[in-house]
Design a protein around this ligand. Structure first.
Ligand code: FMN
Length: 319
C-alpha cells in the first residue's frame, strides 16, 4: 500500500489536509467546521483541563460524523486524565507532540486509536517510526507555536523525513495556500498540516484582538525565542521585548521561566492581552489579510492547489 493510501485510511477526509491542533485556538467549533469542509479537524487539548476536553468531545460527537483527532502535547500534567477521556470517547486519532512517542502509542493503538506524532528532525522521525506510530507530522521552523531546537525549515525537513521513514508523512510549517500544499506534496509529503491560517478563521477561538493584530503584522514580526526553555515562535510585542531585555541582562533558564510565568499564552491568544500575553503564530502571519469561515479557506486552498497542479504539468522538459 502506498503511504498516500495509508494516510487516507487514517484521516478518511476528502482532502489530506489536517487543521492543526493549537492551544487556545482549536476547540470543537474549528475542528467540526474543518471536518465538515472536507479536511481533518483536530481539537487542541494542550490548553484544556480534563472537564473542558470532555465538553469539547461531547460537542464534537454531536456535530461531526467523520474521524477527527485530539492533539496531545505530552508534557501536560493532566495527561493521564486526557488519555482516559480519549479512550472513553473513542477518539479515532491522536496527534502527540512535545514528548516521547514511546509513552502512549502502544496503549492507544491497542484500543484501536491511530497515532500520529509531530517531529522537527529526521532523528526524531526515525525514533517515532521505531516507536510504531502510524504517521508523522514533519514540522519546520516556520511554524507557529513550539518548535524544534535545530531550526530546520519545512523545505529541508520534508524530503529528508520522506527518505528516512516508510510511514505516511504530513508536512507542516509555512503552508498557507494551495501552492504551499503542492510544494509539500512535490517534496514527498502525503498530506499537510496547517495551523496559522486557521487561527484567522471565524471558527477559531483566538481572541478578536489577537486576530486583528495578526492582520496588521508584517514580515519579520515573528521570531523563534526562549530556546533554553522550549523554543516557541512568537509575534513581537511588549512581552517579547521583555524577553529580549532579559537576554541582554544575561538571564539564565530559571530567570526566563520566571519571566514567562504561567498563563501567558491564554492571556495573549484567548483573552486578547496584546501587551503582556504570549502570542504564538507562524511566519505566514505576515501574509494573511482576511478572517474567513473555514469553508471558504478550504475552498481557496483546493482551488489554488488545482491551478498549481495545472501549471506544474506545463513545466518545461529538461531532457
Ligand atoms: C497558536 C498556535 C498554537 C499551537 N499549539 C500547538 C499545540 O498545542 N500542539 C502542537 O502539537 N502544535 C501546536 N502548534 C503547531 C501546529 O499544530 C502546527 O504544526 C503549525 O501551526 C503548522 O505551521 P503553520 O502555523 O505555519 O501553519 C500551534 C501553532 C499555533 C499557530
Amino acid at each position: 500500500m502506498s503511504t498516500q493510501q495509508a494516510l487516507q485510511n487514517i484521516l478518511q477526509s476528502k482532502y489530506p489536509i489536517v487543521q492543526a491542533g493549537m492551544v487556545w485556538c482549536s476547540g470543537w467549533k474549528l475542528a467540526a467546521a474543518s471536518c465538515n469542509a472536507g479536511i481533518f479537524g483536530v481539537i487542541g487539548a494542550g490548553s484544556m483541563y480534563p472537564e473542558i476536553l470532555d465538553e469539547h468531545l461531547e460537542k464534537m460527537s454531536k456535530n461531526v460524523s467523520t474521524p477527527f483527532a485530539v492533539n496531545l502535547p505530552l508534557l501536560y500534567p493532566s495527561i493521564h486524565e486526557h488519555i482516559d477521556l480519549i479512550l472513553r470517547h473513542k477518539v479515532p486519532v491522536v496527534i502527540t507532540s512535545a514528548g516521547s512517542p514511546k509513552k502512549f502509542t502502544k496503549q492507544l493503538q491497542e484500543s484501536g486509536i491511530k497515532v500520529i506524532h509531530v517531529v522537527s528532525s529526521v532523528l526524531h522521525a526515525q525514533k517515532a517510526a521505531s516507536a510504531g506510530v502510524d504517521a508523522i507530522v514533519a514540522e519546520g521552523v516556520e511554524a507557529g507555536g513550539h518548535n524544534g531546537r535545530d531550526e530546520i525549515s519545512t523545505f529541508v525537513l520534508t524530503p529528508s523525513v520522506r527518505d528516512a521513514v516508510q510511514i505516511p508523512v504530513i508536512a507542516a510549517g509555512g503552508i498557507r495556500n494551495g501552492r504551499g500544499i503542492a510544494a509539500a506534496l512535490a517534496l514527498g509529503a502525503d498530506g499537510v498540516q496547517i495551523g496559522s491560517r486557521f487561527v484567522l478563521s471565524e471558527e477559531s477561538s483566538a481572541h478578536a484582538a489577537f486576530k486583528n493584530e495578526l492582520l496588521r503584522s508584517k514580515e519579520g514580526d515573528t521570531i523563534l525565542t526562549l530556546k533554553e526553555l522550549a523554543p516557541v515562535r512568537l509575534l513581537k510585542n511588549k512581552f517579547f521585548q521583555d524577553i529580549l531585555d532579559a537576554y541582554a541582562q544575561g538571564a539564565d533558564k530559571e530567570a526566563l521561566a520566571q519571566l514567562l510565568g504561567k498563563g501567558r499564552a491564554k492571556r495573549g491568544m484567548f483573552e486578547g492581552d496584546l501587551i503582556e500575553g504570549e502570542l504564538e503564530i507562524g511566519q505566514v502571519a505576515a501574509y494573511m489579510d482576511t478572517i474567513l469561515p473555514v469553508e471558504q479557506i478550504v475552498q481557496s486552498l483546493i482551488n489554488e492547489f488545482s491551478a498549481t497542479k495545472e501549471k506544474i504539468t506545463n513545466l518545461p522538459s529538461w531532457t
